[in-house]
Design a protein around this ligand. Structure first.
Ligand code: ZN
Length: 589
């Protein structure tokens, strides 16, 4: 969320020319992490960095370009005077200031260039440091800048792709005068993209070594492109001997590492930072149920409808052709549920093609009485190629897809590393305007044991994401399924989570992304900022990182506040009316 003024600046350094090696892929994707987190930050183009520094308290740089000499000198002066510099996968030519020494390639290669970190894991060494205190496992990364500590404190070190120790630093901190530098060796944006999207799918993936995820099955599906590690990135499911699942959302933990580093910097600088919280009413997380109507059995459809109506949750019905009879379709809609698309390229005769996708979309629109679906999930989580499906969605006005996820029990959990909706990118780095909300499990008690549910819920609460459960009407009569739905609905409610449809999640996230911040100012312990929201954001919550402050005014009126702990830091929470087109000036006292 870009701001005209903010103490937090983001500077993306120029990328090397094509064919040259690099330490960061998709550097601009860092925006996706900061925008989703709702941060108030300012874009600082590299050529304006010298002039901008004096208006910043915290600077995040992404990339490995060498800064001009004058900028290097300004940056040294600024840090010594109290600035906090967080350098991602590059030193800007100031390795000595960061307190690290980059490693050259082991052998001079044709084409040359900087050293590359390759695949590995960030292993915390100071586990109680705020930047890494949330990590329970070594964090999988893909590339970055290889560097050894040279004066900086090592907060985390690098394990190689086989989790062997290396002398390399993954995250360091160094105090200089009044300021400090943090150096993150890993390519954070490139790692997010690779984990969240996986690689393009042209062949089956490699099955798990324990037999629980046989993805080599002659069906191309999203999981075939997954890049997480069967051994290092899965954890035992509590109470279920033999079953490992992706219980830690690795990409979300990476985003959190960046946020925590920024909040740590703001705290040591005594700077107040506002952010637009993820959900209304300061909710800790969301929960969501989707259904795929495979088989379209009418009786089972009515039964599941009654179960979710009784539980009081509105759900997303991904309808596969030929769909339900009009009475059931109408009953689903009239109860407030979402009618969505279930693209079928699994049934013989239905190929993976845009033509098929469009044909099925048109027939579903007719079935829905002209209402255009907002959400799609592919039957069997089928997937081919790279980002083509997102383009098809864009062309039909589908705004949220759920086709990245687990289609084998041993893939369950966050096999794409995230429980948050995200905008994907293509190879050119262009952000595509379709949200992906991954599908981490299918029917509890059928696809995976019920014990997986609470384990996922706990992880979602920790990462403040969305718990997405999938229940097929076809399985509703199987033993334990109705009970599993009821248990999860009650459990999530008890944890303070709200149940939303995918359409609601989509609308909220898109409305959030439109807000702008302006007129940030801080003086004498007070801070002020104005938030403008073009779209309605009813009961939106703003969080202030401002440990000393106890009260907040909104447009000059005192407003009730609560204290809340998020991402390892204490925030002051203020909930706004959130009318469309409104501006809210928040003043801390
Ligand atoms: Zn299906």
């Amino acid at each position: 969320m870009n701001a005209t003024a903010s103490p937090l600046g983001l500077c993306i350094l120029p990328e090397p020319a094509p064919n040259a090696g690099r330490t960061v892929a998709y550097p601009h994707y860092i925006h996706e992490a900061l925008d989703h987190a709702g941060l108030c930050y300012r874009d600082v183009p590299p050529e304006t960095l010298d002039a901008a520094l004096d208006h910043l308290a915290i600077l995040v740089t992404v990339g490995d370009a060498v800064l001009p000499e004058t900028t290097q000198e300004e940056l040294r002066r600024w840090v010594a005077a109290g600035g906090v510099w967080i350098a991602v996968a590059g030193t800007g030519g100031l390795a000595d200031l960061l307190g690290v020494t980059p490693e050259p390639p082991a052998y001079r290669s044709f084409g040359g260039g900087a050293g590359t970190l390759g695949e590995g894991y960030l292993a915390p060494r100071q586990a109680d440091h705020p930047a890494v205190a949330h990590l329970r496992l070594p964090l999988h990364f893909f590339n970055g800048l290889p560097a050894r500590p040279a004066g900086a404190t090592v907060l985390a070190s690098v394990l190689d792709a086989h989790q062997r120790e290396t002398p390399r630093a993954a995250l360091t901190e160094r105090q200089i005068g009044q300021g400090r530098c943090l150096f993150l060796a890993a390519d954070l944006p490139g790692t997010l993209v690779r984990i969240q999207q996986g690689v393009g799918v042209t062949r089956d993936g490699v099955s798990a070594p324990d037999g629980t995820a046989p993805v080599e099955d002659r069906v191309l599906k999203s999981g075939d492109g997954g890049v997480l590690d069967w051994i290092f990135d899965r954890q035992p499911v509590p109470g279920v001997p033999g079953l490992q699942a992706f219980l830690e959302p690795v990409a979300d933990l990476w985003r959190e590492l960046l946020l925590r580093s920024i909040f740590h910097g703001a705290t040591v600088r005594g700077v107040a930072l506002p952010l637009l919280w993820l959900y209304p009413r300061n909710l800790p997380a969301l929960a969501h149920i989707s259904h795929d109507t495979d088989g379209n059995d009418v009786e089972l459809g009515w039964e599941l409808l009654e179960v979710v109506n009784r539980a009081g949750v509105r759900t997303t019905w991904c309808v596969i052709l030929p769909g339900y009879p009009p009475e059931l379709t109408a009953a689903i809609r009239d109860a407030g549920h979402e009618l969505a698309m279930h693209y079928d390229s699994m049934t013989p005769g239905l190929p993976w093609s845009q033509e098929q996708f469009v044909r099925q979309w048109e027939e579903l629109v007719a079935l829905f009485g002209g209402e255009r679906p907002v959400t799609n999930k592919n039957h069997y989580l089928r997937w081919e190629g790279d980002t083509e499906l997102f383009r098809w969605c864009l062309d039909q006005g589908i705004q949220l897809d759920q086709s990245k996820g687990a289609s084998k029990t041993g893939e369950a959990g966050f096999n794409f590393g995230t429980c948050h909706p995200y905008f994907p990118v293509d190879f050119a780095g262009e952000r595509l305007d379709v949200l992906e909300l991954c599908t981490p499990t299918q029917d509890l008690e059928v696809f995976a044991p019920e014990a997986l549910g609470p384990a996922l819920m706990e992880a979602v609460l920790r990462s403040h994401g969305v718990l997405h459960l999938l229940f097929h009407p076809a399985h509703i009569r199987k033993p334990g399924v109705v009970q599993a739905i009821q248990t999860m609905v009650e459990g999530c409610r008890a944890a303070g989570m709200a149940w939303w449809t995918a359409r609601e999640i989509n609308a909220w996230e898109r409305a959030r992304r439109q807000v702008t911040w302006r007129d940030y100012g801080q003086a004498h312990g007070a801070a002020q900022v104005t938030l403008e929201t073009p779209a309605a954001l009813p009961e939106a919550t703003v969080l202030w990182l401002a440990p000393e402050v106890q009260a907040c005014q909104v447009n000059g009126e005192p407003q009730p506040v609560t204290r809340v702990r998020r991402w390892g830091h204490d925030f002051l929470a203020v909930t706004l009316e959130g009318r469309s087109g409104a501006a809210y000036t928040l003043t801390l006292e």
